[in-house]
Design a protein around this ligand. Structure first.
Ligand SMILES: Nc1ncnc2c1ncn2[C@@H]1O[C@H](COP(=O)(O)OP(=O)(O)OP(=O)(O)O)[C@@H](O)[C@H]1O
Ligand SMILES: [Mg+2]
Length: 383
């Protein structure tokens, strides 16, 4: 060993030693050498993961191709209404097809807007303006001024815009009708907005006023629920990429897909159940998921959507919601109450709209009393 190598070796050893000493009292020290985990790549279970293979949606993909194809030759494409139950791939497939389309043609660009996050006409128009890279003045503009900026940028732009409005039924009826009317009526130099509306509600169109219904001229595209075999194929990719070998047996994959198939064929439920069970196993140092773990985690699924909604509440609404939950002792609590203040009534309406609770009239109660059904297991929020 030359002197130089010896010196380097010595320095590296000192660094390693100091590192170890500094971590000796760290609360994470037990994980220092614990590289063995049930996960190979946890990110495949995250909601924003884009799967390598899209399963059982050939028809919907080719329908979308067909309906959007006119844009490639600068012609008008119909506006689309994509509907189907939760977890049937509506968001995933819309983004997938639009990514492909925009990659193929420089003349087309799309913006994705989730109306749980941007839940007013104003917020959505602002978002579309930002898509044109327009910086709005800090002083804050009135909605008509923002719309004018949008029109200006639209006229100057050299691409065909496609706007995906996901969870469209979150908008208030009037806001929604006006927004869709304005967007669908607008055109300049034979350029226009192409709208893709996504909803769980097949009859969404009836929610809009009549003039909007007719100016939208929507083409329907249905996403049916997945069969157990579709769910199995979807799940297998996550398991193969995400977990170590033999982490879950074939029988238990069947259990998960059966569970998700019973819960409206929702792929999110299948993925989320395996994820929760894997997290639980990891926490307890297990390298295999057992049926007991799956059963106990099955009450915690569907968190992704609900958590997303929970995060959109402001602090007062969150506190109010948690206080409702604290008054309940079961996961699906029924509370009968005379709703006290105006703000409480407003919070309740919002929670009801987000489906975090359901409000029902209490036929046996007095006065204004309502039954509040809490749709979320508290453990989900703590997970
Ligand atoms: N055909 C598929 N192949 C692979 N993964 C899929 C497929 N369909 C759905 N998934 C996965 O299932 C989850 C739910 O899909 P997605 O969010 O697209 O459902 P959705 O129909 O938009 O549901 P919601 O109505 O609740 O918004 C996502 O993690 C997605 O990647
Ligand atoms: Mg979706």
């Amino acid at each position: 060993m030359t002197e130089k190598i010896k010196k380097e070796f010595f320095i590296n050893y000192i660094i390693y030693y100091l590192n170890m000493v500094s971590k000796k009292n760290n609360i994470f020290k037990e994980y220092l050498n614990s590289e063995i985990s049930i996960f190979k790549d946890e990110s495949v279970f995250y909601p924003d993961y884009f799967p390598e293979n899209i399963v059982s949606r050939d028809k919907q993909i080719s329908d979308l191709q067909f309906f959007l194809k006119p844009l490639l030759s600068k012609k008008k494409a119909n506006n689309l209404l994509i509907f189907g139950p939760s977890g049937t791939g509506k968001t995933l497939i819309s983004k997938f097809v639009l990514n492909q389309l925009c990659e193929f043609s420089n003349n087309i660009k799309y913006i994705y807007i989730n109306t749980i996050q941007d839940n007013t006409r104003f917020a959505i128009i602002q978002k579309i303006v930002s898509f044109y890279k327009v910086i709005l003045p800090r002083r804050g503009l009135a909605i008509d001024e923002v719309w004018d900026r949008l029109v200006e940028s639209f006229k100057k732009s050299d691409f065909y815009p496609v706007i995906i409005l996901d969870e469209i039924d979150n908008l208030k009826k009037d806001d929604c009708s006006k927004l869709l009317y304005d967007l669908s009526r607008f055109s300049y130099n034979s350029k226009f907005f192409t709208l893709i509306l996504i909803t769980n509600n097949k009859f969404f169109i009836n929610y809009l006023d009549l003039r909007t219904q007719s100016s939208l001229f929507l083409t329907d595209l249905e996403f049916p629920k997945y069969t157990p075999s579709d769910l199995k194929n979807i799940l297998l990719e996550r398991i193969n990429f995400g977990l170590i070998e033999n982490a879950i047996s074939t029988d238990l994959i069947g259990f998960v897909t059966g569970f998700a198939a019973k819960n409206s064929g929702d792929a999110r439920i299948a993925i989320d159940l395996v994820y929760k069970a894997s997290k639980f196993s990891e926490k307890n140092g297990f390298l295999k998921i057992s049926k007991d773990i799956l059963i106990s985690c099955s009450s915690l699924v569907d968190s992704v959507k609900l958590l997303e909604k929970f995060k959109t509440l402001n602090d007062n609404e969150k506190r109010f919601f948690l206080s409702l939950k604290d008054q309940s002792d079961s996961s699906l609590a029924h509370i009968t109450e005379n709703i006290p203040s105006r703000s409480a009534r407003r919070y309740l309406e919002k929670l009801d709209k987000l489906n975090l609770i359901s409000l029902k009239d209490n036929k046996n109660g007095k006065g204004n009393s309502r039954i509040i059904i809490i749709n979320v297991n508290r453990d989900i929020l703590d997970f």
